[in-house]
Design a protein around this ligand. Structure first.
Ligand SMILES: CC(C)(COP(=O)(O)OP(=O)(O)OC[C@H]1O[C@@H](n2cnc3c(N)ncnc32)[C@H](O)[C@@H]1OP(=O)(O)O)[C@@H](O)C(=O)NCCC(=O)NCCS
Length: 269
């Protein structure tokens, strides 16, 4: 392999969010990036750690978390140091982060049948999304927040709808990092993937992930990230099959009632 090809491949495979945190990089002084970005997702805040100039302002966001919310911070620079500053408040979630470089995405030979995927529209859809979250044991989201978010270029909520009975059977929330904080790494992520437990293993989950990947590819984004509990075998298998690979990025959460099992080593921890 020629040196040029090798260098090109290395460049494409690098993990920008991490490389750019190198010693030489000016810490959090990356031109154009918005600061202190925490997106209200209706179930809590999605906090982009790299946009916070210091750990204290990040900790402040967590102290303001309301009961029933489940904030999470991702891409935190030196998360281990953050934890020593607030050990009673915060913990590292047992989730892994996976990334798909969108130039690696391969379109499927065959498309799904039996259901369609479209943008979430209005209150009725948002309520159906919550019904699925509830069935999956996930934290529900404020309906009005979801509806307001959907009107912005930052969020894209998609739903899978059964062609037979019109029921919403799956959901996913895409987040455009470029739109959220002028991400210099030009990335995106998805959150809250869920399929109605009565309608699983029909390709709905896979189709929703593909839909978000194709959406961000069309928008010219470079990568798509996600966070998943380390032992969620079904989901991890799905992601790996689509080309996602693990990256060394971790999620920090607050020690609240919802997360209790994960920081006390309880049944789910
Ligand atoms: C993970 C989840 C979204 C998968 O949805 P789904 O519609 O059942 O998945 P699909 O039918 O599209 O399956 C895609 C792949 O997932 C994996 N998978 C799905 N069901 C599986 C099962 N019962 N056992 C093992 N692997 C399974 C397989 O890799 C499958 O590929 P295959 O079709 O080649 O076998 C669904 O189980 C779910 O909603 N779980 C609860 C919420 C959750 O964990 N969300 C992920 C958060 S990161």
């Amino acid at each position: 392999m020629s040196q040029r090809v090798k260098a090109y491949r290395l460049e494409r495979y690098r993990t920008p969010s991490l490389n750019s945190w190198g010693e030489e990089a000016p810490r959090f002084k990356r031109e154009g990036m918005k600061q202190n970005v925490a997106l209200d997702c209706g179930w809590g805040k999605l906090i982009f750690g790299q946009t916070f100039p210091d750990h204290d302002s990040l900790i402040r966001i967590f102290t303001e978390e309301e009961k029933g919310e489940r904030n999470l911070a991702v891409y935190v620079q030196d998360h281990h140091v953050l934890l020593t500053r607030a050990p009673d408040l915060l913990f590292v979630d047992p989730s892994d982060t996976y990334r798909l470089w969108l130039h690696h995405y391969r379109y499927p030979k065959r498309r799904f049948s039996g259901f369609e995927i479209r943008m979430m529209q209005g209150e009725a859809d948002a309520e159906q999304v919550n019904r699925i979250y509830r069935k999956c044991g996930m934290v529900e989201a404020a309906v009005d927040t979801m509806i307001e978010n959907q009107k912005t270029p930052v969020f894209q909520y998609f739903v899978a709808v059964d062609k037979k009975d019109g029921a919403v059977i799956g959901t996913i929330m895409g987040v455009d990092h470029r739109m959220a904080f002028d991400d210099p790494d030009n990335g995106a992520s998805f959150w809250s993937l869920a399929v109605d437990p009565d309608r699983r293993a029909r390709g709905v989950g896979r189709a929703l992930v593909r839909c978000v990947a194709e959406y961000f590819l069309a928008k010219g984004r470079d990568y798509l990230d996600l966070s998943v509990l380390h032992d969620n075998k079904k989901a991890v298998q799905l992601y790996k099959a689509l080309g996602f690979r693990r990256i060394p990025v971790y999620v920090v959460k607050r020690k609240n009632e919802i997360n209790e099992d994960y920081y006390t080593g309880g049944p789910r921890g």
